[in-house]
Design a protein. Structure first.
Length: 243
């Protein structure tokens, strides 16, 4: 049984040795069900602890002035998020298929994201271009929605208050191309090769699983996800899916 696992050491080992990378990747894959079970078992009591602390805060507002109270609440919220994303990540390549209008799904996602910006009274400009008659799509509707909303969320976090985000969709023969572009801070060159790797994160409060999960879901649909970025000038994520 492995103890005191250091994620940074594990990542360095995987970078230094292709054989170690294959072995560790296989171990992680073989233990997907175990990891999901453990995450589920920890998440339940942690949710109870979080609820109890929230009740205490409502009944005794003065606790918010206690040293480390806010940090404790933030830490618990982060652990719940990490466990949720870890469980989802391990089931990312398990799809529940249905046949649906990809056009309607994309338009619903665009409307939902636009509404979220309005509710936050954000000055971010959001533009979408989604053609009609994209045809029917066979795949996991919920997981594809999760991928695109995650990419839009990342774009929102990358731009300034007066930034721009563009969702562009096109179809060439039997390939659907979805691009999410922003004019935000961009991604440094030294981070480009690792942004899709699990537990690699370069933003505060991130778990490093969002883009890894997105790639796992897209590839489970026999598609691909790629990124181009210029530091300080913006980023474009491209998702291609076979129809």
């Amino acid at each position: 049984m492995m103890q005191n696992i250091d994620i940074n050491q594990m990542n360095r080992l995987m970078e230094e040795s292709e054989e170690a990378k294959q072995i560790i990747s296989q171990l992680l894959e073989n233990h997907q069900e175990t990891v999901s079970t453990i995450a589920h078992e920890i998440r339940n009591p942690l949710t109870l602890v979080s609820s109890a602390l929230q009740i205490i805060q409502v009944q005794h507002p003065e606790v918010k002035e206690f040293a480390h109270w806010n940090q404790t609440m933030d830490d618990i919220a982060f652990m719940r998020q990490l466990l949720e994303e870890l469980s989802t990540f391990n089931n990312g390549n398990t799809l529940h298929y249905s046949v649906f209008s990809i056009e309607h799904l994309l338009k619903n996602i665009a409307v939902s994201f636009a509404i979220s910006l309005d509710e936050e009274e954000s000055d971010i400009e959001f533009v979408s271009s989604i053609p009609e008659n994209l045809g029917k799509f066979t795949g996991d509707k919920i997981k594809l929605e999760e991928v695109l909303l995650n990419l839009l969320k990342n774009a929102k976090e990358a731009v300034s208050d007066n930034g721009m985000i563009r969702l562009t969709v096109g179809r060439k023969k039997d390939i659907l191309s979805i691009q999410i572009q922003d004019n935000g801070c961009g991604i440094p060159d030294e981070h480009m090769e690792t942004i899709f790797e699990p537990f690699k994160t370069y933003k505060q409060g991130g778990t490093g699983l969002g883009l890894s999960l997105s790639r796992r879901i897209v590839e489970a649909h026999d598609g691909s996800i790629s990124v181009t970025s210029t530091e300080g000038r913006g980023t474009i994520f491209t998702v291609e899916l076979p129809i």
